[in-house]
Design a binder for this molecule. Structure first.
Ligand code: NAD
Ligand code: USQ
Length: 383
């Protein structure tokens, strides 16, 4: 099957494109490289030296004999997107191509607008292009667990059955996102759901938790295939940041009380979940929602785990509760369901001391590339 990976130059997209290519899918990558541009604008760099995509793809071909097609452009440009779809004719589209940082979206009005326009318009263009010419293509869209917020009841997978005044219905689960970025994902979900309902498109929304780790079987094959690993205060995410902070001897930055609980998963499970979704597509007209995480952790507990694993390999690690730049609950109930992907056969890589060891050693290898002035958060939700 032909799979177009939108955002295939990014953290999740690159690992997924190689994984699918290795598994025999005919893969195309569409990317505008806008993420590399945002890094330059913010003066931040991934911990790892990522090669230009053309070199990455050439190396992949040399090592495996497999070719991945490349389409360079922006999906907010409808003419470009439509042309690519006609050229490549995908059976499934995996859509990672969005601005994905909550702090980036909260910098100021311009960044909020940029995030929502990029994400919502890009996805809308995709829905229209599919409706016009590829109505049977399966859209696998990356959503986020953060769409749900932190309600004081269990979180279901996309829908909840409610009894109200003697009547009963199954409705989209209430959304309480915590940033302009997370809001853009909610808007996307509504648009995709509507498109499935009125045009009969088929879509799977993967409400992914926070991804950690860097190596997959494929990206670990060669230095030129190395994946990005962000540690800065804008694009870096909790566990990855903590491991890199430990490697350079920076106190671990737990925001506020540290009781913020989220769903997490290993990047090796991200790629597998996407394949499971592709292999069993949603039905025509169906808007399917999977919660894509394997374990729940509070950020405080994660920091303690990293401190313990760091000490075991001789690092001196301090956990520091810093002022929380975000507006969010720091102690709350959080119990989310995640059975849909397990039912499809996902065998999770649970967080283990050996994974933490390998991530800490990986971070230590590249620690000279860390700019410590980029570690502390600079973007505040309320000034
Ligand atoms: P990333 O920034 O590393 O990659 C995103 C890629 O999309 C980049 O290469 C970027 O250039 C490209 N892109 C962005 N807008 C585009 C556009 N308009 N046209 C073409 N290309 C565009 O992000 P990531 O961490 O790989 O995340 C991928 C997706 O997964 C995002 O939708 C994100 O919301 C979701 N997600 C990520 C995580 C995580 O922990 N990284 C967790 C949950 C969900
Ligand atoms: N946090 C800290 N210290 C840090 C970094 C983060 O305590 O140094 C806390 C945050 O306050 C928050 C939690 O950790 O409570 C998660 O923050 P994060 O930066 O790791 O992740 P988040 O901003 O939620 O965004 C990331 C990805 C995003 C994806 C989301 C999944 O950037 O694309 O959608 O994870 S989820 O969190 O489930 O919505």
């Amino acid at each position: 099957m032909k799979v177009l990976v939108i955002g295939g130059d990014g953290y999740c997209g690159w690992a997924t494109a190689l994984y699918l290519s290795k598994r025999g899918y005919e893969v195309g990558i569409l990317d505008s490289f806008v993420r590399r541009h945002w890094d330059l604008e913010l003066c931040v760099e991934t911990l790892t030296p990522i090669a230009p995509i053309q070199q990455r793809l050439q190396r992949w071909h040399d090592l495996t004999g497999k070719t991945i097609d490349l389409f360079v452009g922006d999906i907010t440009n409808y003419a470009f997107l439509d042309k690519v779809l006609h050229q490549f004719e995908p059976g499934a589209i995996v859509h990672f191509g969005e601005q994905r940082s909550a702090p980036f979206s909260m910098i100021d009005r311009e960044h909020a607008v940029l995030t929502q326009v990029n994400n919502v318009v890009g996805t809308l263009n995709l829905l229209y292009a599919m409706k016009e010419s590829f109505p049977d293509c399966h859209l696998v869209k990356l959503g986020t667990m953060g769409e749900y917020g932190t309600p004081n009841i269990d979180i279901e997978e996309g829908y909840i059955t409610i009894e109200h005044n003697g009547r009963k219905d199954t409705l989209p689960y209430p959304k309480q996102p915590g940033s302009m970025y997370h809001l853009s994902k909610v808007h996307d979900s509504h648009n995709i759901h509507f498109a499935c309902k009125i045009w009969g498109l088929r879509a799977t929304d993967l409400n992914q938790g926070v991804v950690y780790g860097v190596l997959t079987d494929e990206t670990g094959m060669d230095e030129l295939l190395i994946n990005r690993l962000d540690y800065d205060g804008v694009f870096g995410t909790a566990l990855n940041r903590f491991c890199i902070q430990a490697a350079v001897g920076h106190p671990l930055t737990v925001y506020g009380k540290g009781g913020q609980t989220r769903g997490f998963l290993d990047i090796r499970d991200t790629v597998r979940c996407v394949e499971l979704a592709i292999a069993t597509p949603a039905n025509p007209g169906e808007f399917r929602v999977f919660n894509q995480f394997t374990e729940l952790f509070s950020v405080g507990d994660l920091a303690d785990m990293v401190a313990k694993a760091g000490s075991a390999i001789g690092l001196k690690v301090e956990v520091q509760h810093t002022e929380n730049p975000r507006i969010e609950r720091e102690e709350h109930y959080f119990n989310a369901k995640n059975t849909n992907l397990l039912d499809l056969g996902l065998q999770p890589h649970y967080l283990s001391s050996s994974l933490l060891d390998s991530l800490l050693n990986f971070a230590t290898k590249y620690k000279d590339r860390v700019d410590e002035s980029q570690i502390l958060p600079k973007v505040k939700w309320r000034r």
